[in-house]
Write a protein that binds this ligand. Structure first.
Ligand code: THU
Length: 141
């Protein structure tokens, strides 16, 4: 199990990253903080687009930043989300596309997804719990 202090730290990083969300269309701000097995943290926010489809979720922003800098080993991700201009009052679990991206790089049984409202209000599930019976790299061997 991951340390409570580390969980709280990455939640705080996700909350800070959420401030950078670019959300002129949905006005729903999401922040994520991805923890590597070495203890490094990569943050992300959602970045929307006038054509809608190119919108990137906060979780994928964090993953793509990390992978593009050579990271391949991940331990956990914290995610926070809520409407612009409001304090976070609900949980925002990762969308299906982000879960699939996680499955590309993480072992489903040992990658933790921390869905948070604040550093003292959160729940933790494994990727396996949130994306059971996934299609993944192993299917193509
Ligand atoms: N969003 C995320 O950033 N992560 C998710 O897992 C769910 C949705 C973003 C996409 C869009 O910018 C906004 O939230 C509303 O869907």
């Amino acid at each position: 199990m991951i340390d409570k202090e580390i969980i709280e730290k990455i939640i705080r990083e996700a909350i800070k990253a959420r401030d950078y969300a670019y959300v002129p269309y949905s006005h729903f701000m999401v922040g994520a903080a991805l923890l590597t097995k070495d203890g490094r943290i990569y943050t992300g926010c959602n970045i929307e687009n006038a054509a809608y489809g190119p919108t990137n979720c906060a979780e994928r922003t964090a993953f793509f930043k990390a992978v593009s800098e050579g990271e391949r080993s991940f331990r956990a991700i914290a995610v926070v989300g809520g409407p612009e201009g409001q304090t976070i009052s609900g949980y925002a679990a990762p969308c299906g596309v982000c879960r699939q991206v996680m499955a590309e790089f993480c072992r489903p049984e040992s990658f933790d997804i921390i869905v948070a409202k604040s550093a003292d209000d959160y729940y933790v599930k494994t990727l396996r719990e949130l994306l059971p019976e996934n299609f993944g790299p192993g299917n193509l061997i």
